[in-house]
Write a protein that binds this ligand. Structure first.
Ligand SMILES: *[C@@H]1O[C@H](CO)[C@@H](O)[C@H](O)[C@H]1NC(C)=O
Ligand SMILES: *[C@@H]1O[C@H](CO)[C@@H](O)[C@H](O)[C@H]1NC(C)=O
Ligand SMILES: *[C@@H]1O[C@H](CO)[C@@H](O)[C@H](O)[C@H]1NC(C)=O
Ligand SMILES: *[C@@H]1O[C@H](CO)[C@@H](O)[C@H](O)[C@H]1NC(C)=O
Ligand SMILES: *[C@@H]1O[C@H](CO)[C@@H](O)[C@H](O)[C@H]1NC(C)=O
Ligand SMILES: *[C@@H]1O[C@H](CO)[C@@H](O)[C@H](O)[C@H]1NC(C)=O
Length: 406
């Protein structure tokens, strides 16, 4: 238990204040009628706001079928004139994250109205990534993946699919959280050639080094050894539901049970500056989504080592078998050739400022860096004012990418 430094005086106070706010908002939510967005899957979140929708199933080279959603026109029906953009959600999240707020606040709709051709991708293992050409979710092999596989297969498959469907030569890529991790892993090591296909890679809350995270869930996972994690949860699907959180975080769930009815803050941190508390039931209904236990073990490894590296198979022999080296190869972000921009929050528990500073040191020197001091991890996707604090600049960078570094 020594490596974990949960701030035990501070967290419960903030947790209690938050639990109270949530309790009040839930009372309010029950008093008012439930928000219909609670029960809308991604396609309906899009069409109910008056936007057109296309559904595309993208099959990866290793057989996963990722259901992706396209908004092929603006709310007025105007066809896009500014080229395709892929939005890549974060850890334990899904495409819903980009369309859960009002149309005036959600990045996907703002981009569609700004004449971009918007593609919302999903990764293997979340609710839109449960199909496979030859495996079922009952097969342990289905769940044998981490974000390294999302970098190796999911990102290239979606990029190729979008380019082929639109005849564009390049596509913009906006990632949040793990959506940035998978892109950095691909561009730095697994698929450097992807740089030629991306007009710009915009990283919201980039997560590479993660040794300084204050996410209670990730720190809790890092404290366990992989074998403990597997015996607690099984080496299959990881669903961060109440029962799982109780197993992983008894020190938090027992004193403040209401917090563990919903993993949002345990995963993403308590500091969200621009958060619509009244909308909590909608967020709870859509986040978190499932992933694999192996993916969470990969995250836990990188929290422990503070290295941005491939999955550690535990022994020199096993690593040699997978990688030809005794230790897992590192993703060296200095090698990223795509034009890239970083947006980071001063209060982000997952993309902690110390870790982002380390990343900026390693990225090519001319990568623009935009700091939104007040913001936490979720404000970049759900913030009420993210349009003005972040998205208008995202649009500018999509229209005028910075120069490539190398
Ligand atoms: C995509 O796959 C899902 C799940 O298998 C299926 O229900 C849906 O009809 C498919 N959609 C398209 C457009 O192929
Ligand atoms: C977003 O912000 C810009 C700049 O302030 C403004 O012109 C635009 O109307 C806003 N968009 C929405 C959907 O509110
Ligand atoms: C590329 O897109 C065309 C339609 O524009 C489709 O017929 C074809 O199957 C696609 N190829 C791949 C490899 O997806
Ligand atoms: C893409 O180009 C091919 C070949 O030039 C053409 O047949 C197809 O209609 C184009 N698709 C789109 C969506 O423009
Ligand atoms: C906050 O959420 C509530 C409940 O969904 C919604 O009615 C309201 O419009 C939201 N406020 C803002 C500023 O987005
Ligand atoms: C990363 O790559 C750069 C440029 O190729 C090199 O100078 C640096 O030493 C590498 N860093 C690591 C940790 O391998």
């Amino acid at each position: 238990m020594s490596s974990m430094s949960l701030n035990r005086t501070c967290v419960p106070l903030r947790a209690l204040a938050l639990a109270l706010a949530l309790a009040l908002s839930l009372v309010a939510a029950v008093a008012l009628a439930a928000d219909p967005d609670e029960h809308r899957p991604c396609p309906e979140l899009i069409t109910s706001k008056g936007y057109p929708l296309e559904t595309h199933n993208v099959t990866t080279a290793d057989g996963y079928i990722l259901t992706c959603f396209r908004i092929p026109a603006s709310r007025t029906g105007a066809k896009p004139t500014r080229g395709p953009v892929i939005l890549a959600h974060g850890v334990m999240d899904s495409s819903n994250t980009w369309v859960m707020n009002n149309a005036e606040e959600s990045l996907a709709f703002i981009l569609a109205d700004a004449s971009f051709d918007v593609w919302l991708m999903n990764v293997r293992g979340n609710l839109y990534g449960l199909q496979n050409t030859h495996l079922s979710t009952n097969d342990a092999e289905f769940w044998d993946f981490t974000w390294d596989d999302m970098a190796n297969y999911d990102v290239p498959a979606v990029v190729s699919y979008v380019l082929n469907s639109t005849n564009a030569t390049k596509v913009g890529y906006v990632g949040h959280s793990q959506g940035t991790t998978q892109a950095m892993a691909a561009l730095s090591l697994l698929h450097p050639e992807l740089a030629d296909k991306l007009s710009v890679f915009i990283a919201l809350c980039p997560v590479a080094h993660i040794g300084h995270t204050t996410s209670l869930l990730l720190k809790g996972l890092a404290e366990l050894h992989a074998d403990q994690l597997v015996s607690l949860l099984g080496l299959k699907e990881f669903i961060p539901d109440t029962a799982t959180l109780h197993k992983l975080l008894p020190a938090i769930c027992i004193p403040v049970p209401s917090l563990c009815e919903d993993g949002i803050f345990l995963i993403a941190g308590f500091d969200q500056a621009d958060y619509n508390v009244t909308r909590q039931p909608v967020y709870m209904a859509h986040f978190p989504s499932s992933t694999s236990t192996k993916n969470m073990i990969h995250w836990a490894q990188d929290v422990r080592t503070d290295k941005f590296q491939r999955y550690d198979y535990g022994t020199a022999a096993a690593n040699r078998q997978h990688y030809g080296t005794d230790t897992p190869p590192q993703y060296n972000v200095t090698n990223i050739r795509a034009p890239m921009v970083v947006f980071a929050g001063g209060h982000d528990a997952l993309a902690d400022p110390t870790d982002v500073a380390q990343l900026m040191k390693e990225l090519p020197a001319n990568v623009p860096y935009v700091s939104v001091e007040a913001y936490g991890h979720l404000d970049f996707v759900w913030g009420e004012h993210a349009n003005t604090t972040v998205y208008q600049q995202v649009i500018q960078y999509l229209l005028s990418p910075p120069r490539t570094s190398v």
